[in-house]
Ligand binder design. Structure first.
Ligand code: AMP
Length: 592
């Protein structure tokens, strides 16, 4: 007999066919709805829209913007100005993005109905699509490692929190998504902001119900790998609790303890299995041995997190890696309609009914450009072309108009009339472990500060540098390769303590998301500087020219992407140092 959720999935798939079959019509209606609802807002009036809801007026009056262009208005809201600046609906919260501006996290104002929009995609459509590929998914359990982050308030008392923290608190998640595919993680564990207790309790019940679990995952790959690492370090305690049906004394959060005590019973058989599997030296394929019914690993592995695919494949024992959704604090964008595909084929279909989307043609360096956008009229969602790259521009119900997200996407094919996009990358980002993003200019400024503080007066300069995100360590960390000017034939290196101070100064100068990962969440390790021999970067250039680069146009790559370059740099390292401290971080943005 068809269950209520089977019926809901059928309806969601039917709606998917309808909206992807009429992308342009849906987009036109979405834009008209956004503009008519928000017709009396200050922003639209300022740009002379005065109630006009057609595309032509919108495109000729409203400018394409970056976050910085609307920051003064965002600050007004944060300080308590109740006027309808962007949105006719009152702003209920700020979503704190991992994107940064001036070193601080962006604050995206949203209205209360934002969670409903997210739910329609990740709570209804996504499970319907997954259920198509894994029938009966809704009859089993899911182990998702989910975490809430610390939240603060703006000066006027408006809550400021990451989008997922906001969503997990919403009734859409708590009353509908969470129970529809029963999660093994208790709500109390997801709400617990102590990472150890939250992780321990989610893992404990994930092990207790291991034979019922059909799907296992986390939002992004690094947190999932952290869970694997946690299991390796804590399996003795976890197995003891499973054996006796007890809860370890380190779990002090009363709600978490109560949730665990309500679910756990003594299970010596499971405890013995976990001890046996986890104490073997070979962890390859361990996920299949612990969760034998799991059909796929649900984690995002595109963009910055693609670097974790080899580690995930090591643990997963051949389970598909399902990278299911593409979203940001500003808006949900799309989903992968073929979620069990190979990782190299992952593409996201932008949902035309969630926001209004435009695309600015982008010419990457590989395609003969300088990594820039073409200043021509923006292309609509229905009109993008296969093979071309674009920067995503979005107009949302909460009142962002023609706002550049900063992501570069390439069209790979169409589903009905809806384009499917490969995520190419974040514009100008050179270092990223997970949600953190360090742009080239930001790194350059941070190095300049370290250089002037610690090196210049010692007659030393950083001649050339490259950077690399090392995810082989747990947690991952940033590495900078430096060639210094003072190093003469006798390899007269500055003292180690001076380079260590450079590491810390750079960390202090990087954005708040990175500092929070170092100082609070502890999911980034100390920044490392590796000093390379004099002449190393010349050697890199000669190699590139020998392979066909034009000598005139050769630019050193700030960000090391090839294994050959990495190996060459590592072979030339004469010394290395790690940051000796932890950079400062406060949840309250510095501009308040
Ligand atoms: P945030 O606003 O902190 O949620 O960050 C949103 C950004 O994360 C997006 O603009 C992308 O750069 C990145 N992102 C989100 N989902 C994906 C995905 N599926 N693949 C690659 N990058 C993603």
């Amino acid at each position: 007999m068809a269950s209520e959720s089977d019926e809901r999935y059928r309806e969601a798939l039917k709606a998917l066919e309808e909206v992807t079959g009429d992308v342009d019509g849906v987009q036109e209606r979405v834009l008209a709805e956004i503009l008519s609802t928000n017709a009396n807002t200050e922003y639209l009036q300022r740009h002379g829209l005065a109630g006009k809801t057609d595309r032509r007026s919108f495109k000729s009056n409203v400018p394409v913007i970056h976050y910085e262009d609307i920051l003064p208005d965002i600050r007004r809201i944060a300080y308590g100005d109740p006027s309808p600046i962007f949105s006719a609906k009152p702003i209920s919260e700020f979503l704190i993005s991992s994107g940064t501006s001036g070193g601080e996290r962006k604050m995206i104002p949203v209205a209360a109905d934002n969670s409903e929009r997210i739910y329609q995609i990740r709570g209804v459509l996504l499970p319907a699509v997954l259920n198509k590929f894994v029938p009966g998914l809704n009859k089993g359990k899911a182990l998702y490692f989910l975490f809430m982050k610390a939240e603060t308030k703006s000066p006027a008392g408006i809550p400021m929190r990451p989008v997922l923290t906001s969503y997990y608190r919403s009734s859409q998640f708590l009353l509908h998504e969470y129970p529809s595919i029963p999660h093994t993680s208790p709500i109390a564990s997801i709400f617990c902001t102590d990472v150890y207790q939250s992780m321990y309790s989610q893992m404990l019940l994930g092990l207790a119900y291991r034979l019922d679990i059909l799907c296992i995952g986390a939002v992004f790959a690094p947190i999932f790998l952290r869970a694997m690492n946690f299991l390796e370090q804590n399996f003795h305690d976890l197995a003891d609790d499973l054996e006796h049906g007890t809860v370890n004394a380190r779990i002090t959060d009363a709600a978490v303890r109560a949730a665990l005590e309500a679910k756990l019973t003594s299970d010596p058989e499971t405890a013995a299995h976990i001890r046996k599997e986890c104490s073997t030296k070979n962890w390859q394929g361990i996920i299949r041995r612990i969760w034998p019914e799991a059909r796929f690993l649900d984690v995002i592995v595109t963009g910055a997190t693609a670097q974790y695919i080899p580690s995930l494949e090591f643990y997963s024992g051949g389970l598909p890696l399902a990278s299911t959704g593409y979203a940001s604090s500003e808006s949900f964008f799309g989903i992968n309609l073929n979620p069990l595909c190979k990782t190299e084929d992952i593409a996201y279909t932008i949902m035309p009914n969630i926001a209004y989307f435009e695309f600015q043609t982008y010419k990457s360096q590989e395609n003969g450009g300088q990594g820039e956008e073409e200043e021509i009229e923006l292309v609509d969602l229905a009109n993008v072309e296969v093979g071309k790259e674009y920067e995503l521009v979005v107009t949302t119900y909460s009142g962002l108009y023609r706002y550049k997200i900063g992501d570069i996407l390439r069209v790979v094919r169409f589903y009905n009339k809806a384009p499917e996009f490969k995520f190419v990358g974040r514009k100008n980002v050179c270092l990223s472990l997970e949600t953190d993003k360090v742009e080239e200019i930001e790194l350059q400024n941070a190095i300049a500060i370290a250089e002037s503080t610690h090196l210049t007066w010692r007659n030393t300069r950083v001649l050339q540098y490259s950077c690399y995100t090392d995810v082989k360590t747990v947690p991952g960390h940033y590495i900078l390769y430096w060639e210094l000017s003072s190093m003469n034939e006798s390899e007269n290196l500055p003292q180690k303590s001076i380079i260590e101070q450079c590491c810390l100064t750079i960390e202090e100068s990087l954005n708040s998301v990175y500092r929070s990962m170092r100082a609070y969440y502890k999911n980034a390790g100390p920044l490392e500087i590796k000093i390379v021999k004099n002449g190393t970067f010349d050697e890199l250039m000669e190699n590139a020219i020998a392979k066909g680069s034009s000598a005139d146009q050769y630019k050193p790559s700030r960000c090391v992407k090839s294994t050959a370059i990495l190996e060459l740099l590592d072979a030339r390292v004469v010394s290395n140092c790690f940051s000796p401290g932890v950079p400062s971080w406060s949840p309250v943005p510095r501009h308040f």
